[in-house]
Write a protein that binds this ligand. Structure first.
Ligand code: PEP
Ligand code: MN
Length: 339
């Protein structure tokens, strides 16, 4: 529920509304605006009887929010959230952030080379999977904890914060020790127990959209994390499952401008998993920035033809370098358009 106050409401009237809400056993969060203050009501399990509140002095309107998310919504939190990942800031008003690196951590040499190449090209965060959610059990499943150590060392050597995927609650301690950001993959977007656990931590979280998740389900998944106290969440559109088979997934770019109006959380795009095809990745990466993405996650392998996972969609270092240059030019162009 959202309580909208009159623009002339006094601080005492706002406080009185807050007290009334709290006396009902609910949480009240004032949201100051340029014209008027609103008060977000949280922790209710269902409809809240509002007659007492409506009659309080200074109350203009009471809006019942039936969506399964509130904390992630712009209505409750108009100011954009900036997520800091080891000193790299992601969100409104910041330069687009590129997370680059291989699908999986394979060897020390591969990961250190990838880290140097990402850094040299201007990428800001290094990625690499140690625990891999593979479609079949006979595919490479990742190096596990040994991989985490390689990732951390490669990131440190190159001066890049690192992000890696967590699949199970039991992996959280060791991943938090080694990584600056936790990735929740598409397949786990609705693993509610996992979402609740990462919500209790203060590591930033990269939440990827489930393969057939609606926008409402995507935002509701993020809500699980914020509801536990962790608001350091970056959303990631990575393509959804449609009838089309020519691409690995269908990149739903329209969610970028839409989510930017619906939520205060930053949103980035992963054109690698979205297309599954190397030649399409740079083009869709460029399109994502034009659509307003706060950043990108791009798979880059020192030798894509030898990759143990997702080689066909991985850029080589040269392709990645060229993409980074193009993105810099696009950002300048977009800044001019906004002026
Ligand atoms: C990944 O980023 O390596 C990955 C498995 O992505 P997704 O969860 O989007 O499929
Ligand atoms: Mn991958």
């Amino acid at each position: 529920m959202l309580i909208v106050m009159h623009h002339h409401a006094t601080d005492e009237q706002i406080q009185a509304v807050k007290n009334t809400v709290e006396a009902m056993g609910l949480r009240a969060e004032p949201i100051p605006g340029s014209m008027r203050t609103a008060i977000g009501v949280l922790d209710n399990q269902g409809y809240v009887e509002d007659s007492t509140i409506r009659e309080l002095p200074g109350v203009r309107e009471v809006i019942h929010v039936s969506k399964p998310y509130k904390l992630v919504s712009r209505d409750f939190h108009p100011q954009a959230t900036i997520v800091d990942v080891g000193g790299v800031r992601i969100g409104d008003g910041e330069a687009a952030v590129v997370i680059g690196g291989p699908c999986s951590i394979e060897t020390e040499e591969q990961m250190h080379a990838a880290a140097r190449q990402v850094k040299a090209a201007g990428g800001q965060i290094l990625r690499g999977g140690a625990f891999k959610p593979r479609t079949g059990p006979h595919s490479f499943q990742g190096l596990g904890v040994a991989g985490l150590k390689i990732l951390r060392d490669a990131g440190q050597a190159a001066g890049l914060p690192v992000v890696t995927e967590v699949m199970r609650i039991e992996q959280l301690d060791v991943i938090c020790e080694h990584a600056d950001m936790l990735q929740i993959g598409a397949r786990n977007m609705q693993n509610f127990d996992l979402l609740k656990e990462v919500g209790k931590l203060d590591h930033p979280v990269l939440l990827k959209r489930g393969m057939s998740a609606t926008i409402e389900e995507f935002l509701a998944a993020a809500e699980y994390i914020l509801a536990e106290g962790n608001n350091r969440v970056v959303l990631c559109e990575r393509g959804i499952r449609t009838f089309e088979k020519a691409t690995r997934n269908t990149l739903d770019l329209s969610v970028v401008p839409l989510i930017r109006t619906m939520s205060h959380l930053p949103i980035i795009v992963d054109p690698s998993h979205a297309t599954g095809k190397r030649p399409l990745v740079p083009v869709m990466a460029r399109a994502a920035l034009v659509a307003g993405a706060h950043g990108l996650m791009v798979e880059m392998h020192p030798e894509p033809e030898k990759a143990l996972c997702d080689g066909a969609q991985s850029l080589d270092p040269e392709g990645f370098g060229k993409l980074m240059k193009d993105l810099g030019r696009i950002e300048k162009f977009l800044a001019e358009l906004d002026n």
